[in-house]
Design a protein around this ligand. Structure first.
Ligand SMILES: *Cc1c(COP(=O)(O)O)cnc(C)c1O
Length: 852
């Protein structure tokens, strides 16, 4: 017989003195303000853990007695009042002048769209790097008082929770979230009821509820389709899972996010002046904004020009599977009506998503690029790789000069900095939170006494190992391992003196990240980890996407090795990688290992999280490490250029990795002086912290966006939206005219092109250009001078414009320049012509250029 278990939650009456705990629990500021979380932790630590660090849930379950005692506890109340006053002060701050010169807090608004947001483990709407980056972006936007809102989806089941069974198989668990336990509330409509926005899917309309979350000073709007009003059962599940379902679900989600997101902002009366598409998933917002303008009577091309001018797009991965591609038939089913509403034929609509890689299919990255004028990758290397990948959008522009730029990602330091470092900084460096943009300030890290620094790192490691041991024990007990076996597996993490080098590797188990690279030479690894004089321990964690078979095979492989008699206890594989486990590892290990296949790691933000905590990076020179590594602050594996046999490449890079470990890392760590610690290690660790904090924090990243992207996009938006879209219309018409004529444009040199001149003389250059109906004002003719014969580095070239001198007898235009070389000796120059218009956001946005 089955019996039913009913559940009952006995909720406390919050004492009036503690009433504002509600305010603290309902603002996601708790996700980056450790003092706020500390209050809940102090009240009832086991309950805090049991509630998954969720303050709102905690407040529903905490006992009356605990609250009443706390209300009478002087020390607690002092802490509470101090925290509240810091909270109130934070919320009242206003932006500094350096923001106000780019964005007007009263009139401007940045709307940041992303499919996932990782604020904290208690709001499970993220899967990995992209989401956490988006959360960090929002947190820094709040810190900097930007006029800013986030737009995303509220997933009922979020991303999966991971366990790993005793066969090393990943098991994905989906838990429906009770939204009333989250720090979100439904937005209300004008009629006083919950707000709904509608999006059209084939043959029906889907309603979306709009939730609002307060995150410090900014708001996040999240959409969900799980409503009884939705006619088809399937529609309720559109927003169930992050990256779940097939492409049909994916396109529906992206319609909800992109189109629903715009409609939600409109329904809330918000008027963004800058629109940020953070990864292609939300690019349909461009389509919706065009539709709005077309409905007001504008031509589609004008609308697209106007929309693109106010839009920023960030692409996040060079891995093809990371880019959404929808088949033509599916696009037709979902967007035939939209094309009609836009006043264009389907072919023209589908051309917005055209990409050479998969002809005929619709690529969301391509749509985002065509619908934005400000685009970037997320590190210097990735910016270059993305420029190459997407070069087809600007077919005649040299790779190095096309408009795809980069902003290197940064992490939100208060979120990922260990509490102990925060406390030490509070004591010694007082204003450190306001010094995120000041590189010089962080020299002070060197002033922390070495012994103090070392012991703090060691105690963080001990704390981390305790956390790891507890997790491992739970995991292996559930898997039915014997007590003796569990003891063997955890014997090194339980060593209380905590003096063993610990290497961490935690990230998604995607194949390009090559988690098993270190196992390429097993004998060498075995010796290295088991050296009695200088032992080391490897900790792995990470999820593989449920449909990623090779990724799951990696988990299995690590699992097997972790039980191998040679490695047992020395290689640990932990399940359930989330933000909490990430914080534990990046604050506590000694070395953070990253060995992706170059150049596929767009950024690799976990290494930054480690770096700010004084953990030392050992990484392939890819992603952020290509800029971050300075020879002193960690170790680098120089990757092979793409094109080598993968087997050979992995073999060599693994050898490099193991050699660095045995020749550099381990000797340095165990080089103990009289005081019992390694001064060389402390020096490197301090260098890691000192160089990572100011250069790779999220405020620096957001300021880069403000200066280089949001400010200019705001200006373009204002220019194009003014006077009934006059400037956008002119630009759109000019572009159409240029494209019509361009194929017939050519140039011819008119002067003698002497091979040498004397110092002090100038070189008169004359070029005849056939403009095929365009006028000289429509083009720029340019001379580029460089010392390298086949140089293509735009930074290393001097550019001189030729001026229109006269009309030749045949009707063509002659352009001339008296070139006065600045350089002595042998040099090279080239001549080119490209269309130019003052309203362009980028000189080469039309993608056309002809060389002589
Ligand atoms: C930072 C972080 C990531 C991203 O790490 P990468 O270095 O980009 O692989 C993924 N998951 C979690 C939980 C993180 O905290």
């Amino acid at each position: 017989m089955n019996e039913t278990t009913f559940s009952l939650e006995v909720r406390p009456n919050i004492p009036p003195r503690l009433e504002r705990l509600h305010d603290l629990a309902n603002n996601l500021l708790y996700s980056w303000e450790r003092r706020v979380r500390g209050l809940f932790y102090r009240l009832d630590q086991p309950l805090w853990e049991a509630c998954g660090h969720n303050p709102k849930l905690f407040l529903r379950r905490v006992s009356q007695e605990v609250l009443e005692q706390a209300a009478e506890d002087r020390a607690f109340m002092e802490d509470y009042n101090r925290t509240l006053s810091a909270f109130d002060t934070y919320l009242e701050e206003s932006p500094t002048d350096h923001i106000a010169s780019y964005l007007d807090p009263e009139r401007d608004l940045v709307a940041y769209f992303c499919a996932e947001f990782g604020f904290h483990e208690s709001l499970p709407i993220y899967s990995g790097g992209l989401g956490i980056l988006a959360g960090d972006h929002c947190k820094a936007a709040s810190d900097l008082c930007l006029p800013f809102v986030g737009v995303g989806l509220l997933y009922r089941q979020g991303y999966f929770d991971q366990t790993i069974d005793n066969q090393g198989r990943q098991v994905a668990h989906y838990h429906p979230t009770d939204f009333t336990t989250l720090a979100v509330r439904p937005c209300m409509g004008e009629d006083g009821g919950e707000l709904r926005v509608a999006v059209e899917l084939p043959g029906r309309t889907v309603l979306l509820r709009v939730w609002e979350a307060q995150a410090g000073r900014i708001r996040l709007y999240l959409l969900d389709s799980d409503l009884p009003e939705n006619s088809e059962a399937d529609d309720r599940s559109i927003t169930y899972q992050l990256y779940g379902g097939g492409t049909e679900t994916r396109i529906q989600q992206e319609i909800c996010l992109g189109i629903g997101g715009v409609r939600a902002l409109r329904a809330l009366g918000l008027a963004p002046t800058v629109w940020h598409i953070n990864e292609g998933h939300s690019a349909f917002q461009v389509v919706e904004r065009c539709r709005e303008l077309v409905a007001e009577g504008h031509a589609f091309d004008t609308a697209l020009e106007a929309v693109a001018g106010g839009t920023v797009f960030t692409t996040h991965t060079p891995v093809p599977a990371g880019h959404d591609i929808f088949e033509r038939e599916m696009m037709e089913t979902y967007f035939a009506g939209t094309a009609e509403a836009l006043g264009i034929d389907l072919a023209r609509f589908l051309a917005l998503g055209e990409n050479a890689v998969r002809n005929g299919a619709f690529n969301m990255t391509a749509l985002a690029l065509r619908g934005s004028r400000f685009h970037n990758g997320v590190s210097r290397i990735h910016g270059r790789v993305a420029s190459e990948m997407e070069a087809g959008i600007w077919p005649q522009i040299p790779l190095r000069e096309n408009p795809l730029r980069y902003v290197t990602n940064g992490i939100h330091v208060p979120t990922f900095l260990a509490r102990e470092w925060g406390n030490l900084f509070d004591m010694r460096l007082r204003q450190w939170r306001n010094e995120m943009l000041n590189e010089d300030f962080w020299q002070v890290v060197d002033e922390i006494p070495d012994h103090r620094y070392w012991s703090l790192r060691q105690s963080l490691k001990t704390e981390m190992l305790e956390g790891v041991a507890a997790r491992a024990e739970h995991q292996f007990r559930r898997n039915g391992l014997s007590a003796a076996m569990i003891k063997r597996i955890t014997r090194h993490v339980r060593q209380t003196e905590g003096d063993m080098l610990v290497i961490g590797f935690a990230r998604r188990f995607a194949t390009y990240k090559r988690a098993p690279l270190i196992f390429t030479h097993l004998e060498q690894l075995k010796e290295l980890l088991n050296d009695p004089e200088r032992p080391a321990l490897l900790i792995f964690a990470g999820k593989a996407h449920p449909r990623d078979e090779p990724g799951q095979a990696i988990i299995h492989h690590i699992h097997e090795l972790s039980l191998d008699p040679d490695f047992i206890g020395k290689i640990l594989l932990l399940e359930g990688y989330d933000m909490a486990l990430a914080r534990l590892l990046v604050t506590g290990v000694d070395v953070w290992l990253n060995n992706p296949e170059y150049p596929l790691e767009a950024c690799g933000t976990s290494g930054q999280k480690a770096g700010v905590n004084g953990v030392i990076n050992l990484s392939v020179l890819d992603g952020w490490w290509g800029e971050g590594y300075d020879g002193e602050n960690g170790w680098a594996i120089t990757p092979h250029e793409p094109g080598f046999d993968p087997h050979y490449r992995d073999h060599e890079e693994a050898r490099d990795l193991l050699n660095i470990l045995s020749e550099k890392v381990l000797p340095l760590y165990y080089d103990r002086g009289k005081q019992g610690y390694s001064t060389g290690w402390v020096r490197k660790s301090k260098a890691s912290m000192r160089t990572t904090i100011p250069r790779f924090n999220a405020q620096r990243m957001v300021m880069d966006y403000v200066r280089g992207f949001y400010g200019p996009a705001r200006d373009q938006n204002a220019r194009f939206m003014a006077d009934g879209l006059k400037a956008a219309k002119e630009l759109a018409e000019w572009k159409a005219r240029v494209l019509d004529c361009w194929d017939g444009v050519w140039m011819q040199r008119q002067d003698e092109a002497p091979a040498a001149i004397r110092h002090g003389e100038s070189l008169p250059i004359r070029v005849k250009a056939h403009l095929n109906g365009l006028s000289p004002e429509d083009v720029t003719v340019e001379c580029l001078v460089t010392t390298a014969p086949d140089g293509d580095d735009p930074e290393a070239m001097e550019r001189f414009a030729l001026t229109a001198a006269e009309v030749a007898e045949d009707g063509n235009h002659v352009f001339s320049l008296d070139l006065e070389p600045h350089l002595p000796g042998l040099q090279y120059y080239k001549l080119r012509i490209y269309p130019s218009h003052p309203a362009c956001s980028h000189p080469f946005e039309l993608g056309r250029m002809v060389w002589l």
